[in-house]
Design a protein around this ligand. Structure first.
Ligand SMILES: C[S@@+](CC[C@H](N)C(=O)[O-])C[C@H]1O[C@@H](n2cnc3c(N)ncnc32)[C@H](O)[C@@H]1O
Length: 366
């Protein structure tokens, strides 16, 4: 990204922070669902332009946070001179009052003295520390934040974020709040539960159509099914039929409670290798089985994956599709070869520090 500033005209660029590895899928969602023009992607970042800045920006499911763009560069030097640049670009390169007006259109200004928060994220071997970059940001913003505003640690009315990754830095005004990444349905938590944005990416890969049947046989806290229901809102009346369950009674219960918040059905206590579901009636299996680390041992993974894939093959319609998130790609490939599935897509990402892959597979026939 050559250094650039938000141009004075009405609609500034926006950017999204996304889970690393999901940039392409998130850009596709932003482009299709918002009609946006994608300007560029970098690790964990998608920069885009929309015709109007409105609340639809907050409806993106693959985005962790969305911002009005202030400035960006891909020419940081790792040296202390970066700090002067950060201060200068923040102080002089951005029409913060314009960005604040747009921000208040989406997130109305609270009554009383507004609160603000500055957030600095930094990754890379810079000679300065994250807190030095944060101080440079604060100095740059000094003249733009009225004295009457009070700093806050959380739930601030206004947040300015600076995200540095190696030579790249991007700075802007946050439009989203924690609900965008955490959602409102996830009251019950389970170990190894997926980030909602990653579950949403799996649903996006599945490209579900109205009226189809979607099953998550190892549903944990129900994140994938909740994201499926949210995705299907675009189908209005027709929706999709979701089914799911888990071997752990506590998980099936947690998922049922979470999904009740969005009006989805009761989930089952079952074994994914022996499902009480009919042959060839499911359009999509979307599932995140244990990785063989946190929830079961590596030796158990081969037999588990073989058993589950055989069962998913039985319940899928001819030509039906499975979207699976695993860490041990070899164990999964071996299991899918045994039933003759064809791979159709792969997305690599990291989950809790481990490399993982979302892969899509098509059953024969159809
Ligand atoms: C990685 S977690 C799934 C997390 C889930 N996607 C979420 O977002 O909460 C894997 C789940 O598989 C379940 N599981 C393991 N073996 C199973 C089996 N044979 N049948 C059904 N569920 C199983 C575990 O209990 C666990 O809840």
């Amino acid at each position: 990204m050559a250094r650039s500033h938000s141009p004075p005209p009405e609609v500034p660029a926006c950017y999204a922070i996304v889970h690393p590895g999901l940039e392409e899928l998130a850009a596709e969602e932003i482009q299709r669902d918002l009609g946006a023009e994608i300007r560029r992607t970098a690790e964990g970042i998608v920069v885009f332009r929309v015709d109007a800045v409105d609340a639809r920006l907050l409806e993106m499911r693959l985005t962790e946070d969305v911002f009005l763009f202030g400035w960006g560069t891909d020419q940081l030097t790792y040296r202390a001179t970066d700090l002067d640049q950060i201060e200068r670009w923040t102080a002089r390169g951005v029409d913060w009052q314009h960005l604040l007006r747009l921000h208040h259109d989406i997130r109305p200004r609270p009554k009383g003295k507004p609160s603000y928060r500055l957030v600095t994220q930094m990754d890379g071997k810079h000679v300065y520390m994250r807190k030095d970059a944060g101080k440079a940001l604060a100095r740059g913003l000094g003249a733009h934040i009225p004295d009457s505003w009070r700093p806050a640690e959380e739930n601030a009315a206004v947040e300015v974020w600076l995200t540095i990754n190696g030579q790249t830095a991007i700075c802007g005004l946050r439009l989203s709040d924690r609900e965008m990444r955490h959602r409102t349905y996830k009251g019950e938590h389970r170990p190894a539960s997926l980030r909602p944005t990653v579950a949403a990416a799996m649903v996006r890969v599945a490209a579900i159509r109205p009226g189809e049947v979607v099953v998550d046989p190892m549903c944990g806290a129900g994140t994938i099914l909740a994201e499926t229901v949210a995705y299907a809102e675009r189908f209005r009346g027709q929706g999709v039929a979701v089914r799911g369950g888990d071997l752990e009674f506590g998980a099936a219960r947690a998922a049922t409670l979470n999904l009740r918040r969005i009006g989805a059905p009761h989930l089952c206590w079952w074994d994914a290798t022996r499902l009480p579901l009919p042959d060839a009636e499911t359009d999509h299996v979307i599932c995140n089985p244990p990785f063989g680390k946190q929830l079961s041992s590596p030796e158990e993974i081969g037999p588990l994956y073989r058993g589950m894939v055989r069962e998913y093959d039985r319940i899928l319609k001819p030509g039906g599709q499975a979207v699976l998130l695993v860490s041990d790609g070899n164990a999964l490939r071996e299991a899918t070869q045994a039933v003759g599935w064809t791979p159709t897509k792969r997305v690599r990402l990291r989950i809790l520090g481990q490399s993982a892959t979302i892969s899509a597979w098509r059953k024969q026939g159809g």
